[in-house]
Design a protein around this ligand. Structure first.
Ligand SMILES: NC(=O)c1ccc[n+]([C@@H]2O[C@H](COP(=O)([O-])OP(=O)(O)OC[C@H]3O[C@@H](n4cnc5c(N)ncnc54)[C@H](O)[C@@H]3O)[C@@H](O)[C@H]2O)c1
Length: 259
């Protein structure tokens, strides 16, 4: 991770107060980044070990609102002057059988997971194309939290899976269009994480963890820290030659365990 330590770079993470957002923020602070956690959740959702860190900034940001995203970006630039990495990570899930799928839930899932990611990514890209390039020609990096289900069906998941599949294709088109502008665009696809959205499913059904772990070839749910580790790589200059990629870190979940 040598590239991470060259200078204090700035990363903004939407959904930054969530479990994966905070784990990623914690890891990137250790790597010497200045970290901006963007969330519609209040600042006191940030754990105490993080909130006192001088490299950390919290900014209110609701990704369903253009005004809110604009305002957060304006403040971020006022505070830090530039933005090296933007991670579109805010997300929600509403699982339901297809026959009963409520169009309102489908729309709100797309609004947060897809349109929210779009809003963040477009603001970041517009800012980054005007920044000076690094020695590898990089003006900025835009990353998305996808999911292992972005490429495969899973029961009850229509809204969530469709939103993540849409994000993946948007990321690829962006990567193609922005390559010549020096903006790298990649996606991290975690598996089933014992944190955040899936942890809440576990809390509602304590057997969920064992049932899910039994379906994962590596036999255990993923930690938020393993997602953060992969983000540390994608944020570093070690990934400068990557664009348009989806980095799958899922314990083999997509292989589908057969025994
Ligand atoms: N937990 C998992 O198993 C898992 C697996 C793969 C991918 N993911 C993805 O990881 C990302 C983070 O999820 P998590 O598991 O940490 O869940 P989480 O609920 O802990 O975090 C999600 C965060 O997004 C924020 N958010 C929701 N709507 C928002 C909005 N309109 N504007 C701004 N912020 C908003 C929430 O306040 C929350 O802090 C999501 O994109 C999710 O789809 C999670």
């Amino acid at each position: 991770m040598s590239g991470l330590r060259q200078r204090s770079r700035v990363v903004a993470i939407s959904g930054g107060c969530g479990d994966i957002g905070q784990a990623t923020g914690r890891r990137l602070l250790r790597e010497g980044f200045r970290v901006i956690l963007l969330d519609r959740a209040p600042q006191d959702a940030i754990s105490s070990d993080l909130s006192g860190n001088e490299g950390l900034t919290y900014l209110y940001c609701d990704v369903t609102s253009n005004e809110s995203v604009d305002s957060a970006f304006q403040k971020a630039v006022e505070i830090h002057g530039s933005l090296d990495v933007a991670i579109a990570n805010a997300g929600m899930v509403a699982n339901e059988p297809f026959l009963e799928l409520d169009e309102t839930n489908l729309r709100s899932t797309m609004e947060v997971n897809f349109f929210g990611a779009f809003r963040l990514a477009q603001r970041a890209a517009r800012l980054m194309v005007k920044q000076p390039a690094s020695e590898h020609g990089v003006r900025g990096k835009i990353l998305f939290t996808g999911s292992w289900v972005q490429d495969m069906p899973f029961p009850l998941g229509t809204s969530y899976i469709a939103s993540k599949a849409a994000v993946k294709m948007m990321a690829m088109v962006m990567a193609q269009e922005l390559a010549s502008e020096g903006v790298r665009v990649n996606l991290l696809a975690p598996g089933i994480v014992f944190a955040g959205l899936s942890k809440r499913l576990h809390d509602a059904d304590p057997e969920f963890r064992d049932r899910v772990a039994a379906a994962i070839p590596l036999n255990e749910m993923q930690s938020a820290e393993s997602v953060a580790d992969a983000y540390a790589f994608l944020c570093s200059s070690d990934s400068d030659y990557m664009t348009g990629s989806s980095l799958l870190v899922d314990g083999g979940a997509t292989l589908v365990k057969r025994s």
